[in-house]
Design a protein around this ligand. Structure first.
Ligand code: HSE
Length: 316
């Protein structure tokens, strides 16, 4: 009896981009790869190397495995496979605001979908991934790539993905501590003043318009936010000083990446100042006795991809 194997690659993501809380996201040129083999014999074998490998569960609690099971159930194919071998090769830091859990979910769904002859479209996968993750702003760019805008209407998720007409370099500062999304969401209020909601709607809309039409001058204030960063600032010492340092060094602006603790600066490619921006952000963090390392990234344009699929004889 044959068994099937597939290798997938999924980009890191940065959600929110300041004002687009739970709505905007980008895919970045930093990737996790995963090989999935579905077997007819029972047994789950999970191995991981790279970022956070020691913290990744090697049993049924593993989020990649749960996502695979979820897809197979939805496809009505769960009884065909008794077990799996999952090999993960991770470059995306864990629990730092770069969408590592979204990447795991999207990797599991994309790989399982490919192995059962792709009954689900990308839009379907977005819905399934959002069901698992709870909000779409990381899973959407991980699936589609580019800059993503998403909405949830009566539980139905939609995503618009586009490539900005401004070439952006991304400087991500990874501080030497972890922050769970759960604790970063717990500090948020359940209600916000109308003026803060209006502030964010206008800034998020301005960002999308400026990037879609290529208007640099409209980006200068577009990364400002009133809905979540102020409440989260105590969890990331020096955050606003690091933003200010990035801007002084030449970035359009900076934001908390997802729920943090990574901070991300958006730098115009033509200014050629990413090294200066990284150094300024690092120094600003140091004033708060926080060591942070920079990642120099760009926008990923493709999203999750199947790299190769193989049908193999089980005896080999
Ligand atoms: N939009 C989410 C948040 C992203 O800010 O909590 C975290 O995954």
């Amino acid at each position: 009896m044959s068994e099937r194997s597939v290798r997938v690659r999924v980009p890191a993501t940065s959600a929110n981009l300041g004002p687009g809380f739970d709505a905007l996201g980008i895919a970045c040129t930093l990737y996790n790869e995963m090989t999935l083999t579905l077997t007819h014999e029972p047994g789950l074998h999970i191995s991981a190397r790279g970022e956070g490998a020691a913290y990744i569960p090697g049993d049924e609690r593993n989020i990649v495995w749960k996502s695979i099971q979820y897809l197979l159930e939805r496809a009505g194919r769960v009884d065909e496979f008794q077990g799996a071998r999952i090999r993960m090769s991770n470059r995306i830091p864990l629990s730092r605001g770069l969408g590592s859990s979204a990447t795991a979910i999207v990797a599991g769904l994309t790989a399982a979908n490919a192995l059962v002859d792709s009954p689900f479209s990308r839009d379907d996968l977005l819905q399934l991934a959002t069901d698992i993750e709870g909000h779409p702003d990381n899973v959407a760019p991980a699936i589609y790539g580019g800059f993503t805008v998403n909405t949830v209407t009566d539980g139905h998720v939609e995503c618009f993905s586009f490539l900005p007409r401004i070439f952006l370099r991304l400087v991500v500062m990874v501080p030497d501590f972890y922050l769970s999304t759960k604790s970063a969401r717990q500090v948020l209020p359940s209600e916000v003043p109308m003026k803060d909601a209006v502030f964010n709607i206008s800034h998020a809309a301005m960002m999308v318009a400026a990037l879609a039409r290529g208007s640099e001058k409209h980006l200068e204030n577009a990364f400002a936010d009133a809905l979540h960063q102020n409440y989260r600032a105590p969890l990331i010492p020096g955050m606003f000083d690091v933003f200010a340092a990035a801007k002084r060094a030449g970035a359009y602006g900076a934001a908390l990446s997802g729920a943090g603790p990574c901070l991300i600066a958006f730098v115009p490619e033509h200014r050629k100042c990413t090294e200066e921006v990284a150094a300024a952000m690092q120094e600003a963090f140091r004033a708060y006795e926080i060591e942070a390392r920079p990642l120099h990234l760009r926008l990923d344009t493709k999203g999750a991809r199947v790299l190769r699929r193989r049908d193999m004889n089980a005896k080999r």
